[in-house]
Ligand binder design. Structure first.
Ligand SMILES: *[C@@H]1O[C@H](CO)[C@@H](O)[C@H](O)[C@H]1NC(C)=O
Ligand SMILES: *[C@@H]1O[C@H](CO)[C@@H](O)[C@H](O)[C@H]1NC(C)=O
Ligand SMILES: *[C@@H]1O[C@H](CO)[C@@H](O)[C@H](O)[C@H]1NC(C)=O
Ligand SMILES: *[C@@H]1O[C@H](CO)[C@@H](O)[C@H](O)[C@H]1NC(C)=O
Length: 263
């Protein structure tokens, strides 16, 4: 446990009285030793259980003469409710509980990546800060399955309010590895690594290339014939229109002639 030793120094335990449940709560930094008092009137021959399980009675825990439970170098798994109990004179159990919250560097963040062609969006959320507020996030990326160094994603210290960041200047159709972690006053949290494959060049470019390839193969003789056909049709239409107009213009005079003959 590398992290543990790093935080042996910065420690304090806070006693909180929770209003609702009346269970006393103790917060302690990871790596510290902890003494839990048993708040029963008599503390001879008490038994301690953690989260209802006695199997936690490992060498790291020991019950002292005054009934206190001593925990050596706590880690995040030592969080939870501890209960000391004792059989009283009429043979029934009396119990007292105390809640322990072990503060740690931030646990791993759930991270997702949404890659597009040349950029990717990294998204995460915070389930648990480790017990102290997050000071900043850090994100890095590199080519997947390569020996390349991790590259920082700007800014180096991402605001604790951020839940996403964009990565620019990626190559299309390439697999990248991304990693994100949070830092609190106890230090760097656990790292989450995800992979994402950028999309191929967009479809419009593909279409344009396709069209150009078609144009190269295009036979110019076919082009001339097509233009000829269109031009021919236009000429015929033009001539036809003129003839019609000519007839329209002549028609009234024709009628006059007929009328004159009738009178
Ligand atoms: C915790 O207790 C062990 C002995 O049980 C001792 O060796 C160690 O130095 C203690 N650590 C701290 C941080 O007090
Ligand atoms: C019980 O004894 C230990 C030392 O053995 C001491 O550190 C602790 O403060 C005592 N607790 C109470 C409640 O007297
Ligand atoms: C906590 O417990 C889990 C499984 O119960 C184990 O994998 C993990 O290593 C433990 N963590 C520490 C810090 O001991
Ligand atoms: C994407 O990359 C793979 C190999 O890395 C290659 O086989 C494929 O043709 C590429 N696709 C495009 C559209 O460039």
């Amino acid at each position: 446990m590398l992290i543990k030793q790093e935080f042996l120094i910065s420690v304090f335990a806070v006693l909180v009285f929770t209003t609702g449940s009346q269970i006393r709560e103790i917060a302690v930094d990871t790596g510290r030793n902890l003494t839990l008092p048993c708040s029963l009137p008599q503390t001879k021959h008490v038994m301690w259980v953690h989260e209802g399980k006695e199997d936690h009675q490992i060498p790291r825990l020991s019950v002292q003469d005054n009934g206190s439970l001593f925990l050596t170098e706590v880690d995040r798994n030592d969080s939870g409710i501890y209960t000391c109990s004792q059989e009283d004179s009429d043979g029934s159990d009396i119990k007292a509980s105390i809640k322990v919250r072990v503060r740690t560097p931030p646990p791993p963040l759930p991270v997702k990546v949404h890659p597009s062609t040349i950029l990717a969006l990294l998204l995460w959320y915070v389930e648990d800060t480790g017990g102290y507020p997050i000071i900043y996030f850090t994100a890095e990326y590199k080519l997947a399955n390569s020996d390349e160094e991790w590259k920082p994603i700007s800014p180096n210290r991402i605001s604790p309010n951020s839940r996403q960041i964009e990565v620019y200047k990626l190559e299309p159709n390439t697999t990248y590895a991304f990693r994100v972690w949070a830092t609190n006053q106890l230090g760097k949290g656990e790292v989450t690594e995800v992979e994402g494959h950028t999309l191929c060049n967009n479809q419009e470019l593909e279409l344009a290339r396709h069209f150009l390839q078609g144009a190269e193969k295009f036979d110019t003789r076919m082009w001339v014939i097509a233009v000829g056909v269109v031009m021919g049709t236009l000429v015929l239409l033009g001539v036809g229109t003129c003839l019609l107009l000519y007839q329209e213009c002549r028609a009234p005079s024709g009628t006059t002639v007929m009328l004159r003959q009738l009178t």
